[in-house]
Design a protein around this ligand. Sequence first.
Ligand SMILES: O=C(CO)COP(=O)(O)O
Length: 270
Amino acid sequence: MADSTGARTPLMAGNWKMNINHVEAVHLVQKLSWTLQDKKHDFERVEVAVLPPFTDLRSVQTLVDGDRMKIRYGAQDVSKYDAGAYTGEISAAMLAKLGCTYVLTGHSERRQYHHEDDALVNAKTVKALEAGLTPIVCVGEGLEIRKADGHVDHCLGQLDAALAGLKPDDVRKLVIAYEPVWAIGTGEVATPEDAQEVIAAIRSRIEETISPSVADSVRILYGGSVKMASAGGIMAQPDVDGCLVGGASLQVDEFAGICRYLDLQLGYSS
Ligand SMILES: O=C(CO)COP(=O)(O)O
């Protein structure tokens, strides 16, 4: 998504994972909104989203709508099925009805703990797009692959598979997230240059396989142990369009600081 000048609007998305019940969710989003409002955060300049567990979404929707908050929200997973006898699954249409903007697909924890493969990630991405949601498609390599210097090829392979069969206009709508598995929840942040290397390679791949204009407008995030202190350096990289934040998104002051990376860089009060 680009603004009126054609620039890509940065996105800071907080993936809460399996944390925060629906009562706590209301407090967290309320406090996040107050904190950002208090600091006069410009949501047009840096977009802010939270990705709570399914059970929180209705409460978050009610709060965001009721208080006309500019915070967007979405889900962490979606079914590849439309409806029917699929116990435990949640459809894309259900998420759209809840006012979700985003849904994660291909998160490494889904790939690891739920054995999701590239074909399933592709199917979920297609379903999300059909329902009018914006998939945040995650790719990333494990430590062994990184050590063997196979990280770029690995991520591009996951990207090609996730985007298989999508029309250029659908790819344009996506958000992509590069999350090196070795940097998730470990406190081990990839260097800004590591993030830039893979994210630039993803953009080039989209340029080659889809089109330069799609590559220019698609937003690509970095995720993995992002904190307020590291966000500015990562965001200074030319191809990085935002952060997918796990642990730090559970702490309002940290996450608000990440969303305000521009103000903090300029030395405004924190
Ligand atoms: O997996 C992540 C976000 O989706 C990153 O999590 P952490 O920020 O806790 O490393």
